[in-house]
Design a protein around this ligand. Structure first.
Ligand code: PRX
Length: 653
């Protein structure tokens, strides 16, 4: 690993750094003293933030920690839905827009104020009560990106029932597994949603799933697309029949700070997804604080667009709970970025005056691949801050985001966190922290991170190793649903007493943090450890490459060999000379050992609906195995196409 890191070092030393702009700093929500305040007494820092929430019973305790179990603000009581809605309405902000909803079909828009959202959540809470939902239950939500999905989440929270939102791209089997694992008895869904110009079927998947889930007694169905659905008498109810007639008032009960708020399933290293549990007060404290400070939120004027799906944690924390706790206005967009044209996003930015845009590097690279003319055709002067999340962002995409999308004006926050962490853990603070293209820079105030070796010893500046969290934080998962042993083993045993994130990271000479990617994606080539992310960084550094995915494929001679899959930016052609150039570039930037044995140029990469490249499946392709489970893919045909290409093109060596 050492020689690889020496190479990274050489590249990092050439890295540009952007100081916070004086204009931004002048009006930023926080200044540099926030780091010292939080470091001096992290628990006091978080307690101060927690007091921004509305409590029915104020807490007197902060952190109680019996590894690996933490409670935060444990003797306080509150209601999550009251914090998102009632208090804003009570403060005279009922007319403020909570969401500008933009459906995928052109012209299908709705504007929803805090008052309207409050009334709809009350109706839904009353309807769920009639269906027998009580505090402590779990309710499955399987919906498109429409306002009713948020209403359903908040109605559950209002009743003290935990929601389990299952991403709309999952199939019936995946849905059934999640419903059973969390023992959900009620499912909220829609007939379907609009995606890529067609109506997907959701209810049909629920019907198939429920054949395996006999304990589900009620299904509530939103009519979104108008397609025919099967209605099971006594079990299935239309949303407009059971929710609309209800009273728009509901007096919310207060629940303990540690009341389960939601379960969110995420993939681990085994095939069985983990139900990551989040509770109420600590989570709300973490997401509202990070939302206000990382995005420098001015709740009165900002229009926040977290372009993610509410089926994933980014949507939970930064479309729903963070912005609503802070009384912000958000854009909620249902569809894919190029529905109705490759300029769809920029039309939305222009029309709603989006000020804060937060999305994933994979999307940024896709937009970059489409070409500058699409954003350039629209007024983006409202944008003042850009964020990135979900995977390492390569410097080229970072610079494009900054220069083209942000016109050089907007600070970029590269935020590292996970489903398990609940909220942002590492990020620059805009107006305060300098930024470097590709670096998450430093721990958020009140969070203690380190990069350690196998023994748990800090590697110090200029060292690479494993990213750990030293101390419990408010938004941390309280466990894996139904599997405390797996929780202990996965996160708290690798480096005893510390949270093991599963990511490799590096501190540069300045002590700034670079996330190198999952350590489970580490390759071993002739006994040398190589990070797949590392090779990808080199490939995307080439002017022709839009995206790259690298896997370690088993190889008779070297143990593993590097196999790369790349897509090209518009205007470049795939030919042998280009492939040779790319291999030479990797060899030059990292060393001959990292030179890909095979580079396959492909029109697209296989991605999940949340935009993650599925390297596991590419490994199957590279190793000529039959393709594994492709159900989480956005478009499984992309993988088959790559498989065919792989089998039909001769190897480069
Ligand atoms: O590998 C890290 C990567 O995404 C993983 C967490 O994925 P998930 O639980 O799906 O949550 C994604 C949204 C928070 C991490 O272990 N990751 C996330 N953010 C970054 C990142 N890698 C590099 N840089 C980031 N900013």
């Amino acid at each position: 690993m050492a020689d690889v890191h020496d190479e990274i070092e050489a590249r990092l030393s050439e890295v540009r750094q952007f100081a916070p702009s004086p204009e931004f700093a002048a009006s930023a929500n926080v200044d540099v003293s926030i780091y010292d305040i939080a470091t001096a007494d992290p628990e006091a820092f978080w307690a101060t933030q927690a007091r921004n929430l509305t409590w029915a019973t104020p807490f007197t305790t902060t952190l109680e920690w019996t590894p690996p179990n933490a409670t935060w603000f444990g003797d306080g009581t509150l209601n999550a839905s009251v914090n998102c809605l009632d208090r804003h309405v009570a403060n005279g902000r009922g007319d403020k827009v909570a969401y500008h909803f933009v459906g995928e079909p052109e012209g299908d828009t709705r504007t929803i104020t805090y008052q309207a959202l409050f009334n709809e959540v009350c109706r839904a809470a009353n309807a769920l009560t009639e269906l027998g939902v009580v505090a402590g239950d779990r309710v499955a939500i399987y919906m498109p990106m429409i306002p009713e999905a948020i209403v359903a989440m908040l109605a559950c929270a209002r009743l003290g029932a935990a929601h389990s939102v299952i991403f709309g791209g999952f199939t019936a089997d995946a849905l059934a597994h999640r419903i059973t694992d969390a023992d959900c008895r009620v499912v909220i869904t829609a007939d379907g949603g609009f995606r890529r110009g067609t109506a997907s079927g959701l209810k049909v998947n629920v019907d198939a799933a429920l054949a395996q889930c006999p304990d589900v007694h009620s299904v509530v169905v939103v009519r979104r697309t108008g397609q025919d659905v099967n209605v099971v008498d006594g079990r299935d109810h239309w949303w407009h029949d059971v929710v609309a007639p209800q009273s728009p008032h509901h007096v919310a009960q207060a629940f303990p700070a540690e009341q389960p708020l939601y379960v969110m399933y995420t993939s681990g290293t085994t095939a069985k997804p983990k139900g990551i549990l989040h509770t109420t007060a600590g989570y709300l404290t973490h997401v509202s604080t990070t939302h206000a400070m990382v995005f420098d939120l001015k709740a009165d004027t900002d229009v926040v667009w977290t372009a993610a799906d509410i089926g994933w944690v980014t949507g939970h924390s930064y479309i729903v709970y963070g912005p609503l706790c802070n009384g912000a206005t958000s854009v909620l967009y249902e569809g894919v970025p190029d529905a109705g044209g490759k300029d769809r996003w920029w039309r939305i930015v222009e029309e709603y005056g989006v000020t804060i845009l937060y999305t994933a590097p994979t999307t940024i690279r896709t937009l970059m691949k489409w070409g500058d003319e699409f954003p350039m055709a629209h007024d983006r002067s409202s944008l003042r801050l850009l964020g990135s999340v979900g995977e390492p962002i390569n410097p080229e995409a970072w610079m494009w985001y900054r220069d083209v999308i942000g016109e050089g004006r907007c600070p970029i926050v590269d935020t590292w966190w996970q489903t398990e962490t609940g909220g942002i853990m590492a990020t620059p603070l805009p107006g305060v922290t300098a930024t470097k293209p590709g670096a998450a820079m430093r721990a958020f105030p009140g969070i203690s991170l380190d990069v350690v070796d196998h023994e748990g010893t800090s590697v110090g500046n200029s060292g690479g190793g494993f990213l750990v969290v030293n101390k419990p934080w408010p938004g941390m998962t309280r466990g894996i649903w139904g599997d405390p042993q797996r929780f202990q083993e996965t996160y708290w045993s690798q480096v005893p007493g510390r949270y093991f994130a599963g990511d490799g990271a590096k501190l540069d000479d300045d002590g700034d943090l670079w996330i190198l990617g999952r350590i489970d994606d580490v390759m071993n080539v002739s006994g040398h450890r190589l990070s797949t992310a590392e090779v990808e960084h080199c490939l995307v550094a080439h002017a022709s490459v839009a995206e790259a995915a690298v896997v370690g494929a088993s190889d008779e001679t070297t143990g593993q060999a590097v196999v790369a899959f790349v897509t090209l930016r518009s205007g470049f052609d795939a030919d042998d000379a280009l492939v040779d150039e790319l291999r030479a570039l990797v060899s030059k930037m990292i060393g001959p050992i990292a030179k890909p044995k095979r580079i396959l140029v492909t029109p697209e990469l296989p991605k999940t609906r949340s935009g993650k490249i599925m390297r596991r499946l590419l490994r199957d392709v590279a190793e000529h195995r039959s393709l594994g489970d492709t159900t989480t893919l956005l478009d499984p045909s992309v993988l088959s196409m790559i498989d065919d290409l792989m089998r039909s093109t001769p190897s480069d060596d």
